[in-house]
Design a protein around this ligand. Structure first.
Ligand SMILES: [Zn+2]
Ligand SMILES: [Zn+2]
Length: 279
């Protein structure tokens, strides 16, 4: 399984000299399975570059799009995904956590938010309706789990025939203390022994308590989840738009030290736009 980060930022794109190394585009990840099937996790602004890469490589295969939810930072790249404007392309979009969000997805192309109407998209766009969960995509089995986020969000676990497993949990607020234990336990079971766990890591302790209830996690809690799940890799993701490259370097150093004291198995990564990981 090959995983490439095209957008790692949360909430809003954050381009500029202070974010150039980690990247300013919002959530979008390409996953290529053992049998060559291509999945895309979220359609943030990173999806624009991913579309260009697919066309440059003459890759016109069906693309499977899994959305966590439809907040702007997770869908804004969709109209600028070049394969959408080619009639030979096919995009299969998987169910969202709620009907309301599916309706919203259709309204992106409503002549108000974007100049082209949904009926004028040349590519074949279909909404997949898996009859049961978990469902199959290519050589993988896909499961989903409800997350703690305003308006709801969903996370995915992708287990490939190769034995590699990827868990993608954003946007999600891990709640501290006893009240948060059931959810932490459920997420740790969902993520158990994953080759790579990618988790929303937007906040620091110093951001709290002002941002409790905003639907994103404090990095220390994400590290705790990674250890509890015994994930082999843990990627901090959905970086706060105000976090500079130097801030993220400091977060990486501190988090790696924290993890090395507590877990012999979990390797830390702070997601970088353009980075590819082979699982
Ligand atoms: Zn987000
Ligand atoms: Zn969100």
């Amino acid at each position: 399984m090959r995983v490439t980060f095209y957008g790692v930022r949360g909430s809003v794109p954050a381009p500029g000299p202070t974010t150039a190394r980690y990247g300013g585009n919002t959530s979008c990840i390409e996953v290529v399975l053992e049998d060559g099937t291509t999945l895309i996790l979220d359609a943030g602004t990173g999806m624009r570059a991913l579309g260009a890469t697919l066309l440059e490589g003459n890759r016109h295969e069906t693309v499977h799009l899994l959305l966590s939810h439809t907040h702007w930072d997770h869908v804004l790249g969709l109209p600028f995904f070049a394969p959408l404007w080619r009639k030979e392309s096919q995009l299969l979009v998987y169910p969202l956590p709620t009907d309301a969000q599916e309706r919203f997805q259709r309204t992106i192309f409503d002549d108000i938010h974007f100049p082209v109407s949904v009926n004028d998209i040349p590519a074949k766009v279909e909404f997949a309706k898996p009859s049961a969960e978990p469902w199959r995509i290519g050589s993988a089995t896909v499961r989903r789990i409800a997350l703690n986020h305003p308006g709801s969000s969903q996370g995915f676990r992708i287990d490939d025939a190769s034995g590699a497993s990827l868990v993608y949990l954003t946007d999600n607020e891990l709640v501290r203390g006893e009240a948060g234990e059931p959810a932490l336990d459920a997420l740790a079971r969902f993520s158990a022994s994953a080759s790579l766990l990618i988790h929303d890591s937007q906040y620091l302790d110093s951001d709290m308590p002002a941002k409790y209830g905003w639907g994103h996690s404090v990095i220390d809690d994400v590290l705790t989840l990674g250890v509890r799940a015994e994930a082999r890799g843990l990627a901090l993701f959905h970086h706060d738009p105000n976090r500079t490259d130097d801030d993220l370097d400091a977060i990486k150093a501190r988090s790696a030290a924290w993890l090395s004291e507590r877990s012999p198995v979990t390797q830390l990564c702070v997601a970088i736009e353009g980075q590819t990981l082979e699982l």
